[in-house]
Design a protein around this ligand. Structure first.
Ligand SMILES: C[C@@]1(CC(=O)O)C2=NC(=C\c3[nH]c(c(CCC(=O)O)c3CC(=O)O)Cc3[nH]c(c(CC(=O)O)c3CCC(=O)O)/C=C3\N/C(=C\2)[C@@H](CCC(=O)O)[C@]3(C)CC(=O)O)/[C@H]1CCC(=O)O
Ligand SMILES: NC(=O)c1ccc[n+]([C@@H]2O[C@H](COP(=O)([O-])OP(=O)(O)OC[C@H]3O[C@@H](n4cnc5c(N)ncnc54)[C@H](O)[C@@H]3O)[C@@H](O)[C@H]2O)c1
Length: 225
């Protein structure tokens, strides 16, 4: 059994390469794009319709041929998602020897990382894994979390972020700051009041709204002292 260390990696400006063009490569490619990968190369003789669409839109560079080692040059991260086990194993070895982060779709523990299942709500990212024990359980738990933390969380986290910036600038007392920020987080969106907002799309938090929220929370924190 392997132990894994979870990280949130910044991929902007980093070259990422996916080898393979089937449903698994497609899922990993979409995950990389959601994760902000800018320079994304996909290499495969056959690619899914969705990958072809992404290529036509300029979101990925699709090399419609078999993989060559030159494809991995300068890569920060590589995903081996072909259906050729020997190739995936060779890619894992090649990447590891060059310090490139590598994931293999069919030989999880042979790569340097595995991909968790992810629920995104703006800046809130929930990632989970069973370390390869049961991808089916991971997918099931993801569906549960998806229902539990609805779209309203994106706006809620945006507001918490705006509030935090304001509180850090305006409230000097560290104890009071911590109380205000904790009280704010405890106002988790409740389904009835927030889901409509969440579904209505993203709105930039209003300065005045945040100011009023901070004052209300400061009063509550003072009362609680
Ligand atoms: C989370 C998710 C992320 C993603 O891939 O995007 C993911 N697998 C997902 C789906 C999925 N995987 C499989 C099916 C078919 C149904 C089934 O057989 O169960 C489905 C479809 C489904 O369930 O919907 C089968 C499967 N998976 C692996 C192997 C090979 C092996 O075990 O070595 C085989 C057998 C292949 C074969 O036999 O040919 C390996 C890995 N899959 C991992 C992640 C890593 C461990 C994560 C963990 O344990 O938590 C790891 C080790 C490596 C890696 O890929 O990084 C994504 C959830 C999607 C979501 O987010 O909803
Ligand atoms: N990690 C996971 O979540 C997961 C889930 C299901 C299956 N798998 C495994 O992942 C692998 C891929 O699954 P899939 O359903 O996408 O397979 P698939 O057969 O649909 O696609 C395989 C892709 O690999 C490409 N390919 C083959 N040889 C290549 C080469 N030399 N260079 C570049 N590309 C090459 C093919 O053109 C094709 O696009 C399988 O081995 C499967 O066992 C992993």
């Amino acid at each position: 059994m392997s132990a894994y260390y979870p990280m949130m990696v910044n991929l902007s400006g980093k070259r990422c390469v996916v080898v393979g063009g089937g449903p698994v490569a497609e899922r990993k490619t979409l995950g990389l794009l959601d994760g902000g990968a800018g320079a994304l190369i996909v290499v495969a003789p056959r690619a899914t319709a969705q990958l072809e669409k992404l290529a036509a839109a300029g979101s990925i560079a699709l090399r419609r041929r078999e993989y060559r080692d030159s494809d991995a040059e300068g890569a920060f991260l590589l995903i081996a998602a072909s259906d050729d086990r020997a190739l995936n194993a060779r890619l894992a070895e090649y990447a590891e020897s060059r310090g490139i982060l590598v994931n293999t779709a069919d030989l999880g523990d042979r790569g340097s990382f595995i991909t968790p299942s992810v629920v995104r709500r703006g800046e809130l990212v929930i990632a989970l894994t069973t370390g390869g024990a049961s991808p089916a359980l991971t997918a099931l738990l993801k569906r549960k979390l998806d229902g539990e933390y609805g779209p309203a969380y994106e706006r809620f986290v945006d507001r918490l972020h705006a509030l935090r910036k304001r509180v850090l600038a305006k409230v000097g007392d560290p104890g009071l700051r911590a109380s205000v920020l904790r009280l704010a987080a405890e106002e988790l969106p409740n389904r009835e009041t927030w889901d409509d907002f969440g579904n209505a799309g993203k709105q930039v938090p209003d300065e005045l709204e945040i100011q009023h929220w901070m004052i209300r929370l400061l009063e509550a924190a003072e009362r609680g002292r």
